[in-house]
Design a protein around this ligand. Structure first.
Ligand SMILES: [Zn+2]
Length: 140
């Protein structure tokens, strides 16, 4: 292995470029440990970051991010299918003066069968085959 000395090129993780890039050593801690490096791309002088460690760090961040957002995108149609297949109730024709509850299956003249997902006062959020709609209910 070649001796690490000031002005030699090493691979380090650049915090500015966010990449493992060629850096020039500007300061050494001792004969084997690099203290400071200068990014050959953006010329930023920073602490040496072992590329293998930086990689681990990046992977961890990515995993954390993935766990927050579901990797599989569920379409309205999938959601509708899932809700309809698990529904046990019989459908009721939708009417503005009708009163609906969460989980009710309604039959809409225009949108077809749907399932009540949420009830907010005089409004219901209904999942239909192609879209989620907010409808009025319990109208006096
Ligand atoms: Zn850089």
């Amino acid at each position: 292995m070649s001796q690490l000395t000031v002005s030699k090129d090493v691979l380090s993780y650049c915090t500015k470029c966010k990449l493992n890039l060629g850096h020039t050593i500007v300061a050494m801690k001792d004969s084997v440990h690099i203290a400071k490096v200068k990014c050959n791309t953006c010329n930023t002088i920073q602490s040496f970051i072992d590329p293998s460690q930086a990689k681990q760090k990046a992977n961890k961040t990515r995993t954390r991010k993935t766990s927050l957002t579901p990797s599989k995108v569920i379409s309205v149609a999938d959601l509708w299918m899932e809700k309809m297949s698990s529904a046990k109730k019989k459908s009721t024709p939708y009417a503005m003066d009708g009163k609906f509850r969460e989980g009710d299956i309604i039959d809409h003249v225009k949108f077809g069968p749907g399932i009540v997902e949420k009830v907010v006062d005089d409004k219901i959020e209904v999942i239909f085959r192609h879209e989620i709609k907010t409808l009025v209910h319990n109208k006096q």
